[in-house]
Design a protein around this ligand. Structure first.
Ligand SMILES: [Zn+2]
Length: 149
């Protein structure tokens, strides 16, 4: 087999592999939650605090610089923590299950009451002479035999 043919075959197989096999192996992207990037920021601040303590210990920073930067980072951390608390408290996953069953039961009742009401009043279903009711509109009453509607 000539080398060119082998190269072409390998390229073709690689292309096929990336086109048809790879997409299945790639996991579906996780839904990005608003708390997610806050958790990332929190991790970054923690890392900065660790670096700061290290630099202070090895003598790279003055007391004033260390205290000032530490305070700044702790303030930012408190802000991020408060934001995470706010988001997790108002999380839609907690409010949604309480709301949806009520809305569902309402929707289930509404069409049922609507469909029974007009059929009772429908002129073709109730005999105007004897008042007999029938499930379907009829030309003549099945009770008294008089013309309905
Ligand atoms: Zn009748």
């Amino acid at each position: 087999m000539p080398l060119v043919a082998v190269v072409v075959l390998v390229v073709a197989l690689t292309t096929l592999f990336t086109l048809f096999v790879r997409p299945k192996d790639i996991p579906a992207p996780e839904p990005v939650s608003p708390a997610r990037h806050l958790e990332d920021r929190k991790a970054v601040i923690y890392e900065n605090l660790r670096d700061l303590q290290f630099e202070y210990r090895v003598g790279k920073l003055s007391d004033a610089d260390y205290q000032q930067t530490k305070l700044m980072l702790q303030k930012e951390l408190a802000g991020v923590m408060a934001e995470i608390d706010r988001i997790t408290l108002v999380s839609p996953s907690k409010t949604a299950p309480a709301k949806s069953p009520r809305e569902k039961s309402k929707a289930a009742i509404a069409p049922a009451s609507k469909s029974t009401m007009p059929s009772d009043r429908e002129p073709g279903n109730t005999c105007p002479h004897c008042g007999a009711k029938f499930p379907n509109p009829m030309k003549f009453c099945g009770e008294c035999g008089k013309a309905m509607g």
